[in-house]
Design a protein around this ligand. Structure first.
Ligand SMILES: *[C@@H]1O[C@H](CO)[C@@H](O)[C@H](O)[C@H]1NC(C)=O
Ligand SMILES: *[C@@H]1O[C@H](CO)[C@@H](O)[C@H](O)[C@H]1NC(C)=O
Length: 511
């Protein structure tokens, strides 16, 4: 045997060995894929027979009046959190706990790390608080006596977000409670951590310090999923790539110590209602509808081609400033002949990247002061409700997995879109935990925040199946893909920071 042939024979053996290894690896991958598919199928079977119980869960949770903005419902908010603690325990999750925040509403935490360190870990976000219900007389059935009629669930919170978060909980339950062929307990394709908050409807005022304090709890998460969101329609699946930020202000005007007789004083003293009208009228250019506050649009990032496409699909994604409430003088039946001594208006701005809520509030306040009518004392208060805008690239690993799951359960190609609404948590998950979020929800946003909020029963049922598929797709995506995306994101952020520094350096050089 020549040297050469020995070498080549060794090479052949090596190739055969490598081929065996590759075949074994491919076999293992195929086995893993088959096992993952079988686990999802078992979970789907469990879900099929548990659907009546899932619907009962929604009616039970929606019956708890967990209105976060009203102090008289503080105990109800806690009752909803307690209900979730029991539910998560029964579903098979571990380390279930109520974690206090600086507000009256705790975070409900639960996890299941049984998929092991090589599987992705997903943080599932949702909120269990709801909006107030007034005007009560416009409800057909009482808001906290939820019921099913004509193919819909009716009740406050059935859509936003109790239906949404239960879809995720039920999918996890389906994996954990579905026994495998041998009768062993079911397994999840990913590790999960639930973060269910009770302050979303008041702008998540304590979530940022909470996440900072508990960052270690979520340090091993690879991706966040928001169960708060919704679909474009029953036939058209969609994945949001943006939510707007927000800030609220109140302006109070006082023109006198007391209302005056409109016959004795009318025409000779300032009228607080007129002063307010005059002031509010300066906020917009009436011919274009543009906000007339100096610098309001200054930090707005112009939408790129993807953003423009997404905006065509849905969701208004430009900044706005709206009067959301106002009052002055006599508003009862009939007439009262007075010159009002005071008036107020509430303003709400919806913001897009890169507008900063506090900066915008400052500009609006400066505008109001600069345009204050004569003989009127003005007070401007920035309200607690604030949120940073949130924006996501389209093809993150989470969104790709979500698109596959949606295609599978809704049978149509998902579209990306911008949502005009606000979920304050998403920007915090991004900036404080470094987590990209995929928004995955099956609600259709019907009459949310309004009387007769409702959720189509078929969409609620579809949601748990969608989440089963999503968790399976995320498992198949693998931890490495998320780590890579995170590293690329960090590199992108570092490059952007360096660029900004260079620009600032340049600007300094010019000075
Ligand atoms: C609960 O937390 C412990 C400690 O971090 C962890 O080892 C365990 O896996 C968690 N339980 C579940 C069900 O994930
Ligand atoms: C407006 O504010 C000034 C200074 O605080 C005060 O002296 C005046 O009485 C106020 N006017 C009204 C109408 O409240």
């Amino acid at each position: 045997m020549t040297h050469r042939s020995r070498a080549s024979r060794f090479g052949t053996l090596l190739l055969i060995a490598l081929a065996h290894r590759a075949a074994a690896a491919a076999g293992a991958t195929a086995d893993a894929a088959a096992e993952a598919g079988a686990a999802a199928a078992r979970a789907a079977r469990y879900r099929g027979s548990a659907l009546p119980a899932f619907r009962k869960d929604l009616l039970a949770l929606a019956a708890i009046p967990s209105v976060s903005s009203l102090p008289q419902h503080a105990d109800d908010v806690l009752a909803a959190a307690d209900w979730l603690v029991s539910k998560l325990r029964a579903a098979g999750l571990g380390n279930v706990s109520l974690l206090p925040t600086e507000g009256a509403q705790p975070v409900v935490f639960a996890e299941h790390m049984g998929a092991g360190p090589d599987a992705p870990t997903v943080l599932i976000y949702g909120h269990y608080d709801v909006q107030p219900v007034d005007p009560l007389d416009l409800w057909t059935s009482p808001p906290f006596a939820p019921e099913e009629r004509g193919g819909y669930f009716y009740g406050r919170g059935v859509d936003d977000d109790k239906g949404g978060l239960l879809n995720a909980v039920h999918a996890v339950e389906s994996y954990l409670q579905a026994a495998s062929e041998g009768g062993a307990p079911g397994r999840l394709p990913v590790n999960v951590k639930f973060l269910l908050e009770g302050q979303e409807e008041i702008g998540s005022p304590n979530l940022a310090p909470f996440l900072t304090r508990h960052a270690a709890l979520f340090a091993d998460a690879d991706v966040a999923l928001s169960a708060d969101g919704g679909q474009i329609s029953e036939a058209q699946p969609g994945i949001p790539t943006g939510f707007r930020g927000a800030i609220g202000l109140q302006v109070d005007i006082v023109t006198a110590g007391i209302d005056m007789h409109s016959g004795m004083k009318g025409g000779s003293v300032q009228n607080a209602a007129h002063a307010l009208i005059q002031l509010l009228a300066t906020l917009r250019d009436p011919s274009t509808g543009r906000v007339a506050v100096s610098g309001f649009y200054e930090s707005v990032v112009e939408p790129d081609a993807d953003d423009r496409d997404d905006m065509e699909v849905g969701g208004w994604y430009r900044p706005t400033l709206e009067v959301v409430g106002m009052g002055s003088g006599f508003s009862g039946q009939g007439i009262k002949t007075i010159v009002p001594a005071s008036s107020f208006a509430k303003l709400s701005a919806r913001l897009v990247p890169n507008q900063a809520p506090e900066e915008v509030a400052g500009k609006v306040e400066a505008h109001l002061r600069a345009h204050a009518p004569p003989l009127a004392n003005l007070t401007v208060t920035v309200m607690g409700f604030r949120a940073d805008p949130w924006r996501s690239p389209r093809r993150t690993p989470g969104n790709v997995a979500a698109a596959r799951a949606l295609r599978k359960v809704m049978g149509a190609e998902p579209l990306f879109f911008k949502d005009g609404g606000t979920v304050p948590a998403l920007a915090y998950l991004d900036s404080l935990l470094g987590l990209p979020t995929t928004v995955f929800a099956f609600c259709l946003g019907e009459r949310i925040h309004a009387p007769n909020e409702r959720l189509k029963v078929s969409m609620f049922d579809l949601g748990s199946l969608g989440w089963i598929e999503l968790l399976s797709e995320l498992g198949a995506t693998g931890k490495a893909a998320f780590a890579e995306a995170k590293a690329a994101r960090a590199r992108g952020a570092a490059a952007a920071a360096a660029e900004e520094e260079e620009e600032q350096g340049g600007a300094r050089d010019e000075l």
